[in-house]
Design a protein around this ligand. Structure first.
Ligand code: HEM
Length: 201
């Protein structure tokens, strides 16, 4: 696997959803944004944020199961793109929905609790994005791995946020929850914690 070839390809692939969205906004491509463009933009960005978060979590099991350690080299880029969509999505909400009315944000945080949960996910991801560089990895040593486990609660909050904001059809968020449960389940299965729990130690 030639990482130097695949990395730019992956970079371009991760940019495609936002490029496609811009083309839809500019009405260059079909379908347009429908009756509620603000909601459509937020939903698209939110879905891609969650998808990329889950794809990032797929890297470790895929590298181990396929015995392809080179896959780890794509993890940081995927994680940073997940964070990119995780910030664009609430940004769209602040700009298009709230129109920067921060008093309304306070109200929403209290009344629409799913938004508070989504914000929790973003807050957990901020230190991970900041410390994603090699320099920080070196400086933090083993603490870096511990810190980056925050991606697990962040992904749980993101799925919960999705599930909670759906009014009727819960199938789609439940599919994402099931994928996350599988990805976390695999990690638990491989972790020393499993051995300790089952041996009662
Ligand atoms: C400050 C943080 C966040 C805020 C303020 C926020 C806000 C919102 C709002 C207002 C909606 C409903 C949009 C509508 O009316 O349809 C929504 C939906 C959604 N959000 Fe977030 N969100 C945040 C963080 C996140 C994060 C971190 C993720 C995923 C990683 C995420 C994924 C989603 C998804 C998947 C939907 C549903 C999309 C759909 O219905 O198709 N959100 N969010």
């Amino acid at each position: 696997m030639n990482v130097r070839v695949y990395k730019p390809l992956l970079f371009a692939a991760c940019l495609l959803p936002v490029i496609w969205l811009v083309l839809r906004i500019a009405e260059v491509v079909e379908p347009g944004l429908g009756a509620n463009p603000a909601e459509e933009i937020q939903d698209e960005l939110g879905l891609w944020a969650l998808r990329l978060l889950l794809v990032t979590l797929c890297v470790t099991p895929a590298a181990r199961l396929l015995k392809k350690p080179r896959l780890y080299r794509f993890r940081r880029m995927l994680g940073l793109f997940a964070f990119f969509y995780c910030t664009l999505h609430p940004l769209a909400y602040f700009l298009l929905d709230l129109q920067l009315d921060f008093a309304h944000l306070g109200e929403d945080l209290l009344k629409r609790t799913f938004i508070t949960v989504g914000m929790g996910a973003v807050l957990l991801l901020i230190p991970l994005a900041i410390t994603s560089t090699r320099g920080w990895q070196r400086r933090l040593g083993r603490r870096w791995n511990r810190l980056h486990r925050l991606i697990y609660p962040a992904a749980i909050l993101a799925c919960w946020h999705f599930y909670w904001q759906v009014k009727a059809d819960t199938i789609e968020p439940l599919v994402y929850c099931a994928i996350l449960a599988l990805l976390l389940g695999i990690r638990f299965w491989w972790s020393p914690l499993k051995g300790r729990l089952f041996r009662g130690g």
